[in-house]
Design a protein around this ligand. Structure first.
Ligand code: GLN
Length: 568
């Protein structure tokens, strides 16, 4: 990673030195640290600071690309092709920024870099150790990446939110905690604010708010040399004064710095809720920056939070994928659907359909699952087949694509969803009976979806076709182009190994399934649209990654519009 020239910081900035907010977590994972960190970013941004974010994942994988989304949640893809933790998606959506792969630090990346330097001879004569070599590497990495703009402006941001994954006390996060402890002296205490997210469970018949787990985790954190400036307490209900005071007494923070992060109707309320409890003031006094009297940005968040609450009339989208109960595996797709539903003013209901349940052989093994899944599919206002890997449930997805095509049901296929729609069309319209993808079938004869020539067959990590690539439109007018406001090309993010067989394109198009957008070479299919159908669209790219609450992704907006009977 390139070193950043610190002298480029301009004099007119709202702060004289980069401000850091470190968000750690205790008690258990899944407390919503990512949403807390993103919301803090929103508060900094609403005070006029330009904000970037860093996520630290203490696992040994270099990146999230080789991990199952059913274990860790979705793999979020960045413009530069980085395959990252889903929290980077939270930051991009909350702060409307675009991050790079260096904004996601893992143990794997840090160790690789240090070992490479050792081999090069950079530490010649020295014993290379966790402290200081790994901890220095972490600090340098954070400082460098914090100074890289993520909002299209040239000069460095004013503030960086750093989220440490996992829970404090884990063996694997220890070097990062130590690095962050040292970091406060490197950047100056007036430039760093530590926020610790904890849990306050509510127990017993009278609903007592229990402070002991938080007391323990703060004790652990302080034992490692970090004193939290702000405690964010996740709880089902708002913290009562007594709980706040008790936590202040036992955890060495002021009562005002104990923040209640209770359950709210939707996540857009979180920054508002934190602001109402004085978190902006706490940040401004700890980090010495001025707060404006009013914030247009926070007003907009409040309007959006209330708009989302007010939606009543339902729109049903059948999401046909592979599920193991972890809805985070399709987080960005879910968000993109939500953003589009806000825009059409409908309450989104996602009907999750396990795709194997739509397959014929389910009739004999689990008839009720088969019937229920088909009932959900047939009742839906629109169908979405998201991205995916591996053959399980593929025939069910093909059945869903067929049903949507034949019955004029709006359909959006993302990546794998485009490929299954192509297979279905080749089988049932072109009469290529055994049409399939090279991913699921070894017989070359059947391959209407083929392996891309440049992709490695030996290395799995970071070798797919990844990241943002331009897709020029090849037709003057079509639904998707209209949704993209008539633009001549789109720039969306990719993550795939297979593509529609270029040899078959002519035949497919002459039967009415038109590839309206291809890559710059004109060979690779990127966007497909079926003639004479209300909305039957597939994209080889993943439009969900660039969707924003107030700027829904065009293909998703198209699905929701068509599902509501709105003309595109
Ligand atoms: N498995 C398919 C491919 O590699 C689709 C990938 C995806 O949906 N992200 O091309």
């Amino acid at each position: 990673m390139a070193n950043v020239d610190m002298s480029s910081i301009s004099a007119s900035k709202p702060v004289d030195y980069m401000k850091y907010v470190v968000v750690t977590g205790g008690v258990l994972s899944g407390l919503g640290k990512g949403v807390t960190a993103s919301s803090i970013g929103v508060l900094l941004k609403s005070a006029g600071l330009r904000v970037t974010a860093v996520k630290i994942d203490p696992y040994l994988n270099s990146d999230a690309g080789t991990m199952s989304p059913f274990e860790h949640g979705e793999v979020f893809v960045l413009d530069d092709g980085g395959e990252a933790d889903l929290d980077l998606g939270n930051y991009e959506r909350f702060l409307d920024i675009a991050l790079s792969k260096d904004n996601n630090i893992t143990t794997g990346k840090v160790y690789s870099s240090v070992i490479e330097k050792e081999r090069r001879g950079d530490y010649l004569g020295k014993t290379v150790q966790v402290v200081p070599h790994i901890t220095n590497e972490i600090q340098e990495w954070i400082e460098n990446v914090a100074h890289i703009s993520s909002d299209e402006k040239d000069n460095p941001p004013d503030a960086c939110v750093i989220e440490l994954g996992g829970t404090v006390g884990d063996i694997e996060s220890a070097p990062f905690v130590e690095a962050l402890r040292q970091f406060q002296f490197r950047v100056g205490k007036e430039n760093i604010c530590f926020v610790h997210v904890s849990l306050v469970p509510v127990m017993g018949p009278v609903g007592e708010q229990k402070t002991k787990p938080t007391q323990h985790t703060v004790k652990e954190l302080r034992g490692l040399g970090i004193i939290p400036d702000i405690l964010v307490c996740r709880s089902e209900v708002p913290l009562v004064d007594e709980t706040r005071e008790k936590l202040a007494e036992f955890c060495h923070v002021s009562p005002e710095a104990v923040v209640s992060a209770h359950d709210v109707a939707n996540i857009y309320h979180v920054p508002i809720m934190m602001n109402k409890q004085g978190v902006s003031e706490l940040l401004s006094s700890k980090l010495s920056f001025d707060l404006p009297k009013n914030s247009k940005l926070l007003d907009e968040w409040e309007i959006m939070a209330n708009h989302v609450n007010s939606l009543e009339e339902e729109v049903h989208i059948a999401m046909v994928g592979k599920y193991t109960g972890l809805s985070d595996s399709y987080l960005s797709v879910t968000k993109a659907l939500q953003h589009a539903s806000y825009s059409v003013g409908k309450k989104l209901i996602i009907d999750w359909i396990e795709s194997v349940n739509l397959e014929e052989n389910m009739k004999s093994s689990d008839l009720s699952a088969y019937d229920n899944s088909w009932r959900l599919l047939k009742q839906a206002d629109g169908v979405l087949v998201p991205g995916g890997f591996g053959g399980r449930g593929i025939e069910g997805k093909i059945n869903a694509a067929k049903y949507a095509r034949e019955n004029d049901i709006p359909y959006l296929g993302v990546c794998l969803g485009l490929q299954v729609a192509t297979i279905e069309f080749c089988r049932n319209v072109l009469g290529i009976d055994n049409a399939n993808s090279a991913e699921f079938d070894d017989d070359d004869e059947n391959h209407v979806v083929v392996f891309m020539p440049e992709i490695s067959k030996t290395h799995m990590g970071g070798t797919m076709r990844l990241g943002s690539k331009p897709t020029p439109f090849l037709v003057d007018d079509c639904k998707v182009r209209r949704l993209y406001h008539g633009k001549s090309y789109v720039d969306e993010r990719h993550r795939h190994r297979y593509e529609v067989n270029p040899k078959l394109i002519g035949r497919i198009e002459s039967a009415g399934l038109i590839f309206v957008g291809k890559d710059e070479t004109g060979q690779r299919c990127e966007i497909m649209e079926l003639n004479n159908h209300p909305y039957y669209v597939g994209t080889q790219y993943h439009p969900e990654f660039k969707s924003r609450p107030n700027r829904p992704s065009p293909p998703f907006l198209g699905l929701l519009k068509a599902a509501c009977g709105i003309e595109i």
